[in-house]
Design a protein around this ligand. Sequence first.
Ligand SMILES: Nc1nc2c(ncn2[C@@H]2O[C@H](COP(=O)(O)OP(=O)(O)OP(=O)(O)O)[C@@H](O)[C@H]2O)c(=O)[nH]1
Ligand SMILES: [Mg+2]
Length: 154
Amino acid sequence: MSEEVKEKKGFFNKLVEGLTKTRNNIVSGIDAIFSGFSKIDEDFYEELEEILIMGDLGVKATEEILDSLRQKVKEQHIKDPAECKQLLIDSIKEQMQVENTAYRFEEVTSVVLVIGVNGVGKTTTVGKLAGKLKSQGKKVVIAGADTFRAAAGD
Ligand SMILES: Nc1nc2c(ncn2[C@@H]2O[C@H](COP(=O)(O)OP(=O)(O)OP(=O)(O)O)[C@@H](O)[C@H]2O)c(=O)[nH]1
Ligand SMILES: [Mg+2]
């Protein structure tokens, strides 16, 4: 076996390790907040903000998620942090919604870039998208743009 294989495995393992750490930090951070705080106050929101930003959600998305959470907590008169875990999940889901008009590629010639870490389902999703568009009578060209491995062309 060559050096190259060892090197690739090392790189992949490092990637998985890095992402696992990020994921664990967010999950354990959020769990700690919901069990560690006895009331919903500014400290609680500040801690939550820090965890979301450190989890790479971005400053703008984090602010919008927290605004929506604050509003829900107020409207529903929630006092217990444990009760607002589901509200946080709802707020994050809301943030991920996109309008129907967000993708104009259904009407004009467009490029769709699909990006993600290894094995998350890019190729499968690309195949599904291409199949759907083709069945609508559109012309589709698929190109692999992997940096160190040619994508599964077939
Ligand atoms: N459960 C589940 N499995 C999926 C889904 N999409 C893809 N898979 C499976 O996940 C595995 C990886 O899918 P790929 O589409 O090859 O992922 P990829 O991101 O192109 O992978 P690389 O090109 O190797 O980085 C395959 O076994 C798929 O069948 C999904 O939506 N749900
Ligand atoms: Mg692939």
